[in-house]
Design a protein around this ligand. Structure first.
Ligand SMILES: Nc1ncnc2c1ncn2[C@@H]1O[C@H](COP(=O)(O)OP(=O)(O)OP(=O)(O)O)[C@@H](O)[C@H]1O
Length: 455
């Protein structure tokens, strides 16, 4: 080939070999039909892109993130950057306000925490960074990663619902932590009690931003955090989520309401496929009465390594009628009927914080089968979860995406993980709507051929 190219160049001055062709199959987000695009790629650029793709996390963060933090990251196993880290870190580390919008399990937490550690002054004793999360459980998780990275170089405090705020108030005054990870109500309580101010924070992260903005209980407090307690002009603001519905509108609102500076950037990774591609989606059509037995048959057939079973929250009407919540019914049924080795655990909003903490710490390490409401659908990172079951159809496509995203959470693994939804005949069209919106394929499992129902 090289000889042929040299001969052609000798005979025809200016001759250059044809560029290699790369083919992209494109599925437009509009009503257009899918089409194929062939591009000629310059070999030198392709080589440069390949080299860039092989860049380590240390190289991406060089000169910005302190060496001791990078060393800790490597020790924990963060050596190569994930796609969202590769795309966002150059912007984040330059101090740019960002909206991180990338699939579940893509590594947004490490991206924003590295930005936090590149910004704070490790020698200063003051609150410099704030990470706001929607639930206590996500707060515990983020605090753990932040403490792993910080080692003993700075203090990371968790201000979470159900925590000991009185004791923490004295602590924060005596020895202000550099980083605070907080839920909205606990944070506002502390600021209103004048335990500390947020005027001097340098970086503010709002994780699961669409969820907090969508929560009627939290939204007004979140607005105060963004505009009254501190000002966008004097801090870096980072929003993160795997789902930001109407993101152009959100970007506009960020600027209009001064939640961010006007040059905020939307880092949207994988916009065409909002869900990880290595998830295998299935559904079973059955009646409400059959569901418990279908679930049991699925568990016996799949033999998951660990699983989360999502259940809808109990309605007020059902509570008033004195019915037990479905979560408790399922837990009791599985404890009596499931013969496998996994521990059956329960997690729901109405549990007291001690019971929630006990369930949450039990899922770490051992094989588990966690029966939970959507409280576990946001941010929960339990990489050993191989199977997700939705005992009730999620309310929205966004809820489907976050439930499904509790599995397939090892960024460099292509291991297929499974998501199974139990639906009634009437709910089929809703699941089809989710498939269209989120662009995934769901395969039907036929009851008759697969299970011998006991009732
Ligand atoms: N560079 C990396 N190398 C190896 N593992 C990584 C890397 N970055 C993150 N991870 C791991 O990937 C998993 C998912 O990361 P993370 O929890 O940050 O996802 P996320 O994008 O916040 O997802 P979600 O939107 O569901 O909250 C975690 O177990 C984390 O430890």
């Amino acid at each position: 080939m090289a000889v042929a190219v040299a001969m052609a160049a000798a005979v025809f001055p200016g001759y250059a070999p044809p560029l290699p062709t790369t083919t992209f199959n494109i599925t437009p987000t509009t009503h257009l039909a899918p089409f194929t695009l062939r591009l000629r790629v310059c070999p030198r650029r392709a080589a440069a892109a390949a080299a860039a793709a092989a860049t380590t996390l240390r190289e991406v963060c060089a000169g910005c993130v302190p060496d001791h933090v990078l060393q800790r990251a490597e020790e924990v196993g963060y050596v190569m950057p994930t796609e969202v880290q590769e795309q966002s870190l150059p912007l984040l580390l330059s101090g740019q306000d960002c909206i991180l919008h990338a699939q579940t399990g893509s590594g947004k937490t490490l991206a924003y925490l590295l930005s936090v550690f590149s910004t704070i002054d490790f020698n200063r004793s003051s609150v410099q960074a704030l990470v706001v999360v929607p639930t206590r459980e996500l707060g515990i998780q983020v605090t753990k990663v932040a403490r792993l990275l910080a080692a003993k170089a700075c203090t990371v405090m968790a201000l979470l619902d159900g925590g000991m705020l009185k004791r923490q108030k004295s602590w924060v005054k005596a020895e202000p932590p550099a980083v605070i990870v907080a839920t909205v109500p606990s944070l506002c309580q502390m600021v209103e009690r004048r335990a500390f101010t947020l005027q001097s924070i340098r970086v503010l992260v709002i994780d699961e931003v669409d969820f907090i903005f969508g929560s009627s209980k939290q939204v007004s407090s979140l607005r105060k955090i963004l505009t009254s307690y501190s000002a966008a002009a004097s801090r870096q603001t980072i929003f993160a989520s795997a789902s930001i519905p109407q993101h152009n509108r959100f970007l506009h609102d960020c600027i209009q309401h001064k939640w961010t500076k006007s040059d905020v950037v939307h880092v949207h990774v994988n916009p065409v496929h909002p869900m990880p591609s290595h998830l295998c989606h299935k559904y079973v059509i059955c009646t409400k009465k059959e569901r418990l037995h279908v679930l049991l048959s699925l568990l016996e057939r799949d033999a998951p390594k660990s699983a989360i079973i999502f259940v809808a929250e109990q309605s007020e009407r059902s509570k008033k009628a004195g019915n037990p919540p479905s979560t408790s019914v399922i837990v009791e049924f599985l404890r009596n009927s499931y013969k496998g080795s996994l521990d059956v655990l329960l997690l729901e909003e109405d549990m007291n914080f001690n019971a929630r903490a006990a369930s949450f710490s039990e899922v770490k390490g051992r094989g588990f089968m966690l029966v939970s409401t959507d409280i576990a659908s946001r941010g929960f990172d339990l990489p050993q979860t191989s199977h997700i079951y939705s005992f009730d159809l999620p309310k929205t496509a966004t809820d489907y995406l976050h439930r499904a995203g509790r599995t397939g959470r090892e960024p460099f693994s292509r291991l297929e993980c499974s998501v199974t939804t139990l639906i009634t005949e009437d709910e089929h069209f809703v699941l089809q709507r989710f498939q269209n919106e989120l662009k995934f394929h769901c395969e039907e499992l036929h009851l008759e051929s697969m299970f011998t129902l006991t009732s």
